[in-house]
Design a protein around this ligand. Structure first.
Ligand code: FES
Length: 575
C-alpha cells in the first residue's frame, strides 16, 4: 500500500486508532469477525454499497460483482466492507420504485455517514437506484464512485431482435389487437430477458448510467459495459482500486460536481435520446448540491443538443450495439463543442481527458453531427394553461404527425378507471381523441408511477392505430414511446388544472412551439374549480405519510423538501 500518506487523515482513523474504550470495542468486534489489525490498520475502509436482492431482476450478478470490487480494493491496499442497502427492482416493486427513491437516498446518506467509511463504491443500475445512490452520496459528501450494473445482452426471438420494455408494449398491442397467438406471446416472454443486467434499450437505467458517467461520477467507459461480459468484472475491480485512491485524495462529490457537470449530464441525456425520467432525477441531484435546475434550463440545452445515439425506443439499435460502436465516450467525443470538458471526474482527470481519442466504430449506431437522429430537442418542455409549471414530451419517440394536434379529451379520473374502461367498445374515442389520465402524479398515485404511456383502445388498435396523443401527470418508462405528454405540473392531486378537465374539452399540443393549451374559458375554469372536492387525506402513518407531506412536484425533482441543499457535513460523535 502507499506509505507516504498519513492514515490520520482518514475518517475511519477516528474509529480504530485511539487508545480508548470505544475504539477498543470497534477493534475487538472486528476481530470477532476474523479480521485482525493488518486488515484495517492504516488502510482506507471502502464501503461496497450493494443493491443486490433476489427480487431485483437487474442486479442478479451483483453478488459476484461485489467480489470483483473487493478484489480491486484489496489490490490497492484498502479494507473492503460490503453493506447491503435497499434494492429498488423496477419489475417487482409496487406501486413504483419512484415512491422509494428518496428512501434509498436517505439510507445511502446515513449508512455512509454513520460508519467508519473513507470512500464508497455504489453498486446500482436499475432505474431509481442510480439517482438515489448519487443523491445520498452527494448529501453525505464522502468520496464515492458509481459502478453501474450494465445492460443485458441483446435478446432474440426467432429472427427478431427484442428490446426490453419497448417490445413488450409493441407486442402487447398486437396481442390486444388479436394479431399474436398464445405461443408467440410465450415465446417473447421466454426470450426478452436474456441475461443479468438492466434493460438493454435506452431506458432509465442506461440513460442514468450515461448521465452519471458524463457528470464524472463513474469511471471512463463504465456506462455501457454489458453486465455479463468480462470487461464488467474488470470494471468492478477498477472501481474498487480507484475508490481507495479517492479515499487518500479525499475526492468528494463537492470537489468535482458543479452546475456545469449537471449541464453535461443534461446534454448527454438529450444526445442519447434518453428517458424523460432523467429530467426529474437531475433536478433532484442538482437540488442536493444546493442548485436550482429549472425546466427552462433543460429546454435551453435541449434546443441545442442533437440526438446522436440511434438506440431504441427512439432509434433502431440496442445498448450492446452502442457499446460495440464505441459507447458513450465515443459519442461525447462527437459533441465536445457543446460539453464543459474542463469538468473534473472521479477518475481524477477532466471530462475532456476522459473522452480524448475515443472513436466511433459504427456511424449508424452513433450518428455524425451532420446526420443526427434528430437535430435537436429529443425531449421537449411544454407550457400552457394545462401545465403552468411545465410538462415534458419525448418528441423523438413520438409520431411526428401528432406533434401538432388538437382533439377532444377522453378523461380517466385514475388508473383503475382507465384499466376498466380503456377497451370498452362503447368508449367514445377516435384516433383524434386526446387520452387523459389524472391522479397519477407524485401525490395522486401516490409515488409518480410509469403509467403515462396509456394503452391504445382495442377498437383503435384493431383499426390499425398505433399512436395517439396521451396526457397525464404520471411518468413513463424510459423504454416507452409514443406521443405521451408527461409530468404535468402541478399534478391533479395538488389542485393542478388537470383536475378540472372534462371529457369533450378541446386540448391542443404544439411541440415545435413548446405549447399546450386547454380550450376552455377562464370563467368556466373558475366555475369548475369551485366545485372541486377537497384534496385527498394524507396516509395515517409510516413512510408513506412522510412521503406525502414532503415530496415536491415533478418540476422540482420529487425530492423531499427537507433533503435539498448542501449537507452541513456533520460527522457523528464517536466517543
Ligand atoms: Fe431494471 Fe429496466 S427493469 S432496468
Amino acid at each position: 500500500m502507499t506509505t507516504d500518506r498519513d492514515p490520520a487523515q482518514l475518517r475511519s482513523h477516528r474509529w480504530f486508532a485511539p487508545d480508548d474504550m470505544r475504539s477498543f470495542g470497534h477493534r475487538s468486534r472486528l476481530k470477532a469477525m476474523g479480521f485482525d489489525d493488518e486488515d484495517y490498520r492504516d488502510r482506507p475502509v471502502i464501503g461496497i454499497l450493494n443493491t443486490w436482492s433476489e427480487l431485483n431482476t437487474c442486479h442478479s450478478h451483483f453478488k459476484q460483482r461485489a467480489d470483483d470490487v473487493r478484489r480491486g480494493i484489496l489490490q490497492a491496499g484498502g479494507f473492503p466492507v460490503e453493506i447491503p442497502v435497499m434494492s429498488l427492482g423496477e419489475m417487482l416493486m409496487k406501486p413504483t420504485t419512484m415512491l422509494y427513491r428518496n428512501l434509498l437516498a436517505m439510507e445511502v446518506e446515513e449508512v455512509l455517514r454513520c460508519h467508519p467509511i473513507d470512500a464508497a463504491v455504489l453498486m446500482g443500475g436499475c432505474d431509481k437506484t442510480v439517482p438515489a445512490m448519487l443523491m445520498g452520496a452527494i448529501s453525505a459528501d464522502i468520496p464515492s464512485i458509481f459502478m453501474p450494473a450494465g445492460p443485458m445482452l441483446k435478446a432474440k426471438w426467432k429472427d427478431v431482435t427484442l428490446g426490453s420494455g419497448s417490445d413488450v408494449w409493441k407486442y402487447w398491442d398486437e396481442r390486444v389487437a388479436g394479431n399474436l397467438c398464445d405461443s408467440d406471446w410465450k415465446g417473447v416472454e421466454n426470450c426478452i430477458g436474456r441475461s443479468a443486467g438492466t434493460c438493454m434499450t435506452m431506458g432509465t437505467a442506461s440513460t442514468m448510467a450515461c448521465v452519471t458517467e458524463a457528470m464524472g461520477f463513474s469511471l471512463p467507459g463504465a456506462a455501457n459495459v454489458p453486465a455479463v461480459v468480462a470487461e464488467h468484472a474488470r470494471l468492478g475491480a477498477q472501481s474498487g482500486r480507484r475508490a481507495v485512491e479517492m479515499a487518500w485524495e479525499d475526492l468528494k462529490p463537492s470537489n468535482f460536481l458543479t452546475s456545469k457537470s449537471i449541464d453535461n449530464g443534461l446534454m448527454t441525456s438529450m444526445a442519447i435520446g434518453g428517458s424523460t425520467n432523467a429530467i426529474v432525477h437531475l433536478i433532484a441531484i442538482a437540488g442536493r448540491l444546493g442548485m436550482e435546475l429549472t425546466l427552462d434550463r433543460f429546454d435551453e440545452l435541449s434546443r441545442i443538443t442533437p440526438v446522436l445515439a440511434d438506440i431504441r425506443p427512439s432509434g433502431r439499435f440496442l445498448m450492446e450495439d452502442f457499446f460495440d460502436a464505441g459507447g458513450l465516450r465515443a459519442m461525447l467525443a462527437r459533441m465536445t463543442d457543446l460539453l464543459n470538458t474542463e469538468c473534473q471526474t472521479v477518475a481524477g482527470i477532466t471530462l475532456g481527458q476522459q473522452i480524448e481519442g475515443a472513436e466511433v466504430i459504427d456511424d449508424e449506431v452513433i450518428r455524425t453531427r451532420e446526420n443526427p437522429v434528430d437535430p435537436a430537442g429529443g425531449t421537449c418542455l411544454l407550457k400552457g394553461n394545462l401545465a403552468p409549471n411545465g410538462c415534458v414530451i419525448k418528441s423523438v419517440a413520438a409520431d411526428p404527425d401528432l406533434l401538432q394536434h388538437r382533439g377532444p379529451a377522453v378523461v380517466f379520473d385514475n388508473y383503475p378507471e382507465m384499466k376498466e374502461k380503456i377497451h370498452d367498445p362503447d368508449l367514445k374515442v377516435t384516433a383524434e381523441s386526446v387520452l387523459i389520465l389524472r391522479s397519477a402524479g407524485p401525490l395522486g398515485a401516490p409515488g409518480f408511477p410509469e403509467w403515462g404511456m396509456l394503452p391504445i383502445p382495442r377498437k383503435l388498435l384493431q383499426a390499425g392505430v398505433r399512436d395517439m396523443v396521451r396526457l397525464s401527470d404520471a411518468r413513463m418508462s424510459g423504454t416507452s414511446y409514443g406521443t405521451c405528454v408527461l409530468h404535468i405540473a402541478p399534478e391533479s392531486a395538488a389542485g393542478g388544472p388537470l383536475a378540472l378537465v372534462e371529457s369533450g374539452d378541446e386540448i391542443e399540443i404544439n411541440v415545435p412551439e413548446r405549447k399546450i393549451h386547454w380550450h376552455v374559458s377562464d370563467d368556466e375554469i373558475l366555475r369548475r374549480r369551485e366545485k372541486l372536492p377537497p384534496s385527498q387525506e394524507l396516509p395515517e402513518r409510516g413512510y408513506q405519510r412522510m412521503y406525502a407531506k414532503h415530496v415536491t412536484q415533478a418540476d422540482k425533482g420529487c425530492d423531499f423538501d427537507f433533503l435539498t441543499g448542501r449537507s452541513p457535513g456533520q460527522e457523528p460523535s464517536i466517543h
